[in-house]
Write a protein that binds this ligand. Sequence first.
Ligand code: NAD
Length: 327
Amino acid sequence: MSPSFTGARCVVTGGLGFIGSNVALALAEAGARVTVVDALVPGHGGDEANVAGAGLRVVVADVGDAERVAPVVADADFVFDVAGQVSHLAAAQDPERDLALNAAARLRLVEILRRVNPTVTAVYTSTRQVYGRAERLPVTEDLTPRPIDANGISKLAGEHFHLLRNEDGAGRTAVVRLSNVYGPRQHLLRDDLGVLPVFARRALRAEPLVVFGDGRDERDPLHVDDVVEAILAAAVTPEAAGIVINIGGPEPLSLRRLAELTSAASAARPPVVPGDWPAANALIDVGSVHMSSARASEVLGWEPRIRFEEGIRRTLEWFAQHPERYR
Ligand SMILES: NC(=O)c1ccc[n+]([C@@H]2O[C@H](COP(=O)([O-])OP(=O)(O)OC[C@H]3O[C@@H](n4cnc5c(N)ncnc54)[C@H](O)[C@@H]3O)[C@@H](O)[C@H]2O)c1
């Protein structure tokens, strides 16, 4: 872990959620003084248990709440802006709520930073969903984003609000576009937060894993420990400021293969069965998509290290120790 964080004042938004809590805990372990800002939005993955006992300061607030957030970020050395509405299905059902949480709140946060701490270094976690259906594979950052759903649009807006900080010449934000992330502390109990947590939950509960369609579409799953390393590297790499960087998994795998590997890593080894695409999922499906991490390697010196077979084994082991998280 980078020694650059020893004594650093770090704010992690969304720090009670899946990725944010893993970032916050890693920073604390690296000697940082960590404050978490999270609104505990209903239906999201936020859970105070994610950071329980770690001695972090927790502020329950929306990232755009100036009264609560300005004093927290005013003396920060780093802001890790990880908060976000993740569900593409929820965004399709209520795009205005998605816009409020991902874009409007983000604009307010960037304005708060401009006012009280303009030079702070930030990292914003975006998503591969901004690319929409891939023009070519693997997806590189030079492809024009063509989001096909409200969530992709609101996340892209969030990127641009952050990137404006670099245009001002004062602040620095790096934008990382994450692939499908999985690992400890992910919320497994909802069906609309991604295919990987659904597979994990079903495997843990010994229920059949349902693969929609022919299951040949590919993803490049990314273990959260790899994500944390990439995010921390982006914060301490000056060359990352003002650019977007793909953070992809180590290998593309078909959805069918992902289901098979998840089942094989579980104690119960439930069957993998085909199923029809639900109409709502089909509308926002992007087909095969996996990202090139070449820029991340060049700029951050980062590469994904955890292959899915190993990562899912570790993930299911963690959840087996926390049965309340999947029952
Ligand atoms: N999980 C993935 O596979 C994935 C993939 C690509 C990108 N991302 C991005 O990573 C980020 C974190 O995702 P996650 O999987 O940890 O989700 P999560 O739901 O587990 O955590 C998100 C947290 O953000 C909080 N939050 C949301 N909007 C907020 C706001 N306006 N103010 C304060 N708190 C707010 C929620 O309460 C929740 O605790 C998101 O921005 C998401 O777009 C996630």
